[in-house]
Design a binder for this molecule. Structure first.
Ligand code: AMP
Ligand code: MG
Length: 339
């Protein structure tokens, strides 16, 4: 009888072990930020390792600071006054084509050629400063991304022009990581690439992921939560990087390419909810630059993504597709839904 009971217990516990999904997680630093990824199911550890290596490979191609990266070499060549075509790899080529396209669609709000300006403000080194207006005026013509020429396997930048994919590189890396997980049979995963959240499928128990949206006025607590599956939730906010200058003003890392100054249009943060991390990342930056009114206009034309905007006056506006998914946690002045 005792043996019988033990056998039953053993069978029950073995059944439970096989029911519970295997889980693996990995954390690392890449693209100047901290990344964590978690995946469930068979082969989850090996799949995460492949995904991590792909992210590191993309970084090798598009880093603006690693002297071995293809983008670094392209920018250096142009900074040295050369306009020769520099051979490029497919990641760099794809992001250049995509960026130019988004730049057109957003009427220049998204501009991958603002690097000379962000450099002058010290955002590339951390030696922050408000540059002289003469310098900004001198640099602005170098940010005209319509002058970027694409060849079959090369990019041609005019002397002095430099590119930077800080506004969409992480979204692209997230898409690539999730594709690899999917190809390896993973059906449930969540990745957080420095605040860019991308989900694969639903939670292992079949329910939606519950994703926190950062409070843009303190940069740490959650202002809202979103229930999603199979979505990228990508946020751009001034709280992510800024400095306070001797004039007492705060200057953020997202720039208005028409003035060469950090954006100061009353927007606190923009969150995009889409299937593609690349599209979401590009649009989070672009809609931040546009500001509330233009962002709403843009959404009404496209209607192929959802978004939330928080303004400096603590108003929250979000698109109707999020109505039954959003839960407001923090203090806001008002909330409105765009139809
Ligand atoms: P994100 O956090 O995705 O909004 O990206 C911000 C980063 O994109 C900045 O740190 C810059 O490297 C770059 N950037 C700043 N302003 C722009 C802009 N108007 N268009 C494209 N990239 C930008
Ligand atoms: Mg972005």
């Amino acid at each position: 009888m005792k043996f019988f009971r033990i056998s039953i217990l053993l069978i029950l516990s073995l059944t439970c072990i096989s029911c519970a999904q295997k889980k693996a997680a990995v954390s690392f630093e890449a693209m100047n930020t901290f990344m964590t990824m978690q995946a469930y199911g068979k082969n989850c550890s090996q799949s995460l390792e492949l995904a991590k290596n792909r992210i590191l490979e993309i970084e090798k191609h598009i880093s603006t600071t690693d002297s071995e990266s293809d983008l670094y070499k392209l920018n250096l060549n142009s900074a040295n006054g050369n306009s020769n075509n520099v051979p490029i790899n497919p990641d760099l080529q794809l992001l250049t084509i995509y960026s130019l396209n988004i730049s057109q669609q957003t009427q220049g709000a998204f501009n991958p050629a603002l690097y000379p300006i962000t450099k002058a403000w010290g955002f590339t080194t951390g030696n922050y400063q408000v540059p002289d207006q003469n310098l900004i005026t001198q640099l602005l013509p170098l940010t005209d991304c319509s002058k970027i020429q694409l060849e079959w396997d090369a990019i041609n930048l005019e002397p002095g022009m430099e590119m930077d994919f800080g506004a969409l590189g992480k979204g692209y890396a997230g898409d690539q990581a999730l594709s690899l997980l999917r190809e390896n049979g993973i059906t449930s995963a969540l990745i957080d690439l420095g605040g860019n959240i991308q989900t694969l499928g639903s939670k292992p128990d079949g329910s939606d992921w519950n994703i926190g949206i950062k409070n843009p006025w303190d940069g740490t607590s959650a202002i809202a939560a979103l229930k999603v599956c199979n979505k990228a939730i990508i946020t751009s906010g001034g709280y992510e990087r800024f400095f306070t200058a001797s004039d007492g003003k705060q200057y953020i890392h997202i720039f208005d390419g028409t003035t060469g100054y950090p954006v100061n249009n009353g927007t606190s943060s923009v969150t995009i909810v889409t299937e593609s991390g690349l599209y979401g990342d590009a649009l989070s930056t672009a809609l931040f630059v546009m500001g509330k009114e233009k962002a709403i206009e843009f959404w009404k034309e496209k209607r192929d993504f959802e978004f939330i905007i928080f303004t400096d006056s603590k108003d929250m506006i979000y698109t109707k597709g999020l109505e039954d998914k959003i839960h407001i946690i923090g203090n806001i002045n008002s909330s409105a839904v765009i139809q």
